[in-house]
Ligand binder design. Structure first.
Ligand SMILES: Nc1nc2c(ncn2[C@@H]2O[C@H](COP(=O)(O)OP(=O)(O)O)[C@@H](O)[C@H]2O)c(=O)[nH]1
Ligand SMILES: [Mg+2]
Length: 174
């Protein structure tokens, strides 16, 4: 196994409302970076991150999972946190060791309580952050609405940090 020195390791935490798509996002990252050879699905109970029996049964994350992604000679440890508030301690712990955060927002549901909690946590720990919008394959999803709402809440500084994720579901048929 290759040994990575600390300058080539990053810890990135995934935050956001339960169901926004964090676990599916890390699944896509693992697949696209070649760590796995197929995209698992929450509904099939075969994702890299939600491997625990309870998680498969309930179809959501209850603990933070570390998924190492190798990209561009760097090891990026993705910390996939549970979005549900019963398990907020897990997210807090992950945030405290992370170098940066990705806040996942559903383009269909828009900004939710968990989105705001995620932002507040990043403020508290002064974490650099970006947004990732999921569910863009769903008919009435609106990327523009998410961007506008985020800017209204957090000002222009959120503008540079929004990235786009389109039609992730299509990956599963590749
Ligand atoms: N259509 C669609 N469904 C998604 C997308 N991302 C996640 N999902 C589904 O939304 C549900 C919640 O996703 P999950 O990754 O568990 O969200 P988490 O709670 O933030 O980890 C699952 O059924 C996923 O298959 C997406 O981009 N498009
Ligand atoms: Mg999850």
């Amino acid at each position: 196994m290759e040994v990575f020195t600390t300058d080539r390791i990053r810890n990135v935490v995934l935050l956001g409302h339960g169901g926004a798509g964090k676990t599916s996002l890390v699944e896509a990252m693992a697949y696209l970076s070649g760590q796995t050879s197929r995209m698992g699905k929450i509904s099939d109970g075969n994702t890299v991150s939600d491997f625990d029996k309870e998680e498969i049964k309930r179809s959501f994350s209850i603990q933070t999972t570390v998924v190492p992604i190798l990209w561009d000679n760097t090891k990026i440890n993705i910390l996939d946190t549970p979005g549900y508030f019963d398990f907020v301690g897990e997210a807090e712990e992950a945030v405290s060791v992370a170098d940066a955060a990705i806040i996942v927002v559903s383009g269909k549901a828009g900004i939710e309580v968990g989105t705001k909690k995620a932002w507040e946590m990043c403020e508290r720990y002064k974490l650099p952050r970006m947004f990732f919008v999921t569910d863009m394959d769903i008919d009435n999803a609106s990327f523009r609405q998410v961007v506008e709402d985020l800017q209204e809440l957090y000002g222009k500084k959120s503008h540079h940090s929004i990235c786009r994720f389109v039609k992730m579901r299509n990956l599963s048929v590749m």
